[in-house]
Design a protein around this ligand. Structure first.
Ligand code: GAF
Length: 384
């Protein structure tokens, strides 16, 4: 377990001084609503009890001195020569600093230590958690006066500029805005949040990590986003008031996109219908109708796999298995796709047997293990 004491003592060892403050920002799950965020739709995520921890202190010069525990690696650069690093991991920090610099915020040199227990590459948004923990910690350290929404946007822009993924706002929002015991229904157009109690009665959530992350994930993500934008552009020619897929109906797609580009049509239709599934799922959650919620999860997986085409054989195998297991009410792949976790809603009485059976079946099929992840729903970014 990672504690403040651990961060403090590693900071002292590495930088020979005390951390001025320690911030913690969680990973996230998403109940339903994938690839809707960059189309100004809704998402239904929340923070989990696995987080990224960041210790920081000011330096007397303009140097940024970083250390990442997971990579057992340091990185140092002058704030005046900010540039992405080939090492990869520093970019989630440097991109945030770059956003501060663009805004002319008064920031100077600092030391930063990074640790965490969000599994990397599992689709639990460890990267957004890093951006939010770093943004939050530096905002406090240099008293920059930014609010949580601005910090979430800075995290998203870090992905666009220093990481190369044109992501939506879901992950950063979930990491920085979540409230324990609730999912947040986020309107990605207005950024209004409704906190919905996550009450599953006799059911529990378990994540099953496929332990794969296929390499095309980032490029395919950007390609899907471009397809959505192309669909909007086609509809806009006749309906200029349309600004995103949020404003588009399937009838408009039928009229203006189907015959021009069949693939763009399918991708856009998925997004519109995913948004509708989310609304139904959220209403079901509010009404305590967990069977209906589960039904929407299964439907979402079928569509994201066959229409949006961002699933993979490992994820499909897990969801197929779940469908045929008594006591699993719903399951689907979670996050951007091409690997990572499935989210499963399972009757508590069936949980142990389910996890045992699916782990054996998965190993038999692919020759390597899945990792079950049991989670609690936690709060967003905070100082500890
Ligand atoms: C990734 C992105 F970072 C999010 O913005 C979101 O689009 C998600 O994939 C898919 O729903 O996590």
């Amino acid at each position: 377990m990672i504690t403040k004491q651990k961060i403090d003592s590693r900071f002292q060892e590495l930088f020979n001084e005390q951390a001025a403050l320690v911030a913690k920002s969680p990973g996230r799950i998403n109940l339903i609503g994938e690839h809707t965020d960059y189309n100004e739709g809704f998402v239904l995520p929340t923070a989990i009890d696995k987080a990224i921890y960041v210790g920081v202190s000011k330096r007397n010069d303009n140097r940024i001195s970083l250390f990442a525990e997971d990579f057992n690696e340091a990185h140092e650069i002058s704030i005046d020569e900010l540039a992405p690093s080939e090492k990869g991991w520093p970019n989630y920090i440097l991109g945030v600093v770059n956003q501060f610099a663009i805004r002319d915020l008064p920031i100077s040199g600092f030391s930063l230590y990074l640790d965490g227990d969000v599994p990397l590459g599992a689709g639990l948004s460890s990267s957004a958690a890093v951006e939010c923990a770093v943004g939050f910690a530096l905002n406090e350290l240099f008293e920059l006066g930014l609010n949580r929404v601005e910090l979430a946007k800075i995290g998203q822009l870090t992905e666009h500029t220093y990481v190369g993924v044109n992501c939506g706002i879901m992950d950063q929002f979930a990491s920085i805005m979540s409230k324990s015991g609730h999912v947040l229904k986020l309107d990605c157009r207005s950024l209004e949040v409704e906190y919905v109690p996550l009450e599953l009665g006799e059911h529990e959530i378990v994540l099953l990590n496929t332990n794969v992350k296929h390499s095309l994930a980032d490029s395919a993500y950007n390609k899907r986003r471009a397809s959505c934008e192309k669909g909007v552009a086609l509809v806009k020619e006749k309906y200029p008031e349309v600004n995103s897929l949020r404003d588009v109906s399937v009838a408009q797609l039928d009229e203006l996109v189907a015959k021009v580009d069949a693939d763009v049509y399918t991708k856009c239709k998925f997004v519109i219908e995913e948004n509708e599934r989310l609304i139904k799922a959220c209403d079901a959650l509010k009404n305590g109708n967990i069977d209906e919620l589960g039904k929407q999860l299964f439907a979402a997986h079928a569509a994201i796999s066959s229409e949006y085409e961002v699933s993979c054989k490992e994820l499909d195998f897990l969801v197929d298995f779940a469908k045929n297991f008594d006591g699993v009410v719903g399951a689907r792949m979670m996050g951007g796709g091409f690997g990572g976790c499935t989210i499963n809603i399972v009757k508590k009485t069936a949980l142990e047997e389910y996890v045992k059976s699916i782990a054996i079946a998965y190993k038999n099929k692919f020759g390597f293990e899945l990792t079950p992840i049991f989670i609690q729903v936690g709060n967003g970014t905070e100082l500890i």
